[in-house]
Design a protein around this ligand. Sequence first.
Ligand SMILES: Cc1cc2nc3c(=O)[nH]c(=O)nc-3n(C[C@H](O)[C@H](O)[C@H](O)COP(=O)(O)O)c2cc1C
Length: 264
Amino acid sequence: MKCGACVRDCAFRALKSADDGTPKMAYPDKCMRCQHCLAICPVGAVTFDGRKAADSVPTKDLALPSLDEVENWMRARRSVRRFASEDVDRATLDRILASLGNAPTGCNARSLTFTCFPTRAATDRFRAGFISAIEQHRDGTRLLPRWLAIPAIKLRKGGEDMFFRGASGILIVSSDETSPGVTTPREDVTIACAHFEMLANAAGIATCWCGFLNLVQKEVPEILEATVGIRRTTPFYAMLFGRPAVRYARCVQRESYARIDYRE
Ligand SMILES: Cc1cc2nc3c(=O)[nH]c(=O)nc-3n(C[C@H](O)[C@H](O)[C@H](O)COP(=O)(O)O)c2cc1C
């Protein structure tokens, strides 16, 4: 067809039109493998790395949520801090984590790892390892700040779980910043977490961001190395999840959620 749509849509100009208008991969090292060329071709003429257009789901066949629906989710979503004892359904979790691979990453690096404790039993083992790593770090000599020492003692004694809120599952998203092509590891991690929240909520799974884990790592730098083998330099963020044990009857009121500053 030689319409040039793929060439125009190629973000880093890896594609070029030959003299007769046929699109060619001119600079393969510039290609970030985003597959926009395959996606945009109106007649399905582009094959990418053996992936045929005919095997792609046509976008017109996908029912997309309306602005009202997405806005309603944004208003109704809550950070849940009370979880039921039951585990989340594994098939649903598998589906969500697979779908999470569609979240955007800078330069399409896709270098994320999803370390997931899917059940209460697995999460409890992580909790136990977490407490023991904190205690080993302290080793009788180092003083921990009160915000860490007191909740750690409570958790060890089976009391209130300020760190993980009694969640039945934990997802730790990490990005190997040393992998080639990774330009935005922290952003990639946060974006994946935000999409996890949205997908999980859509499946009736409650979530809470777990900023505490990053705070703890500042005090106990080896905490994730010791518990899950994630290097101390690796950017990560954790999400707590599980079946909710609370229900919010109404939305909160946020008149001044963000300052909107149009410059016209
Ligand atoms: C980056 C980030 C880190 C957070 N860390 C924690 C946390 O460690 N523990 C917790 O209970 N809530 C945590 N939260 C939840 C916030 O407190 C919550 O989003 C905020 O109070 C607004 O409530 P809402 O999410 O229900 O609208 C975190 C939220 C974000 C976005």
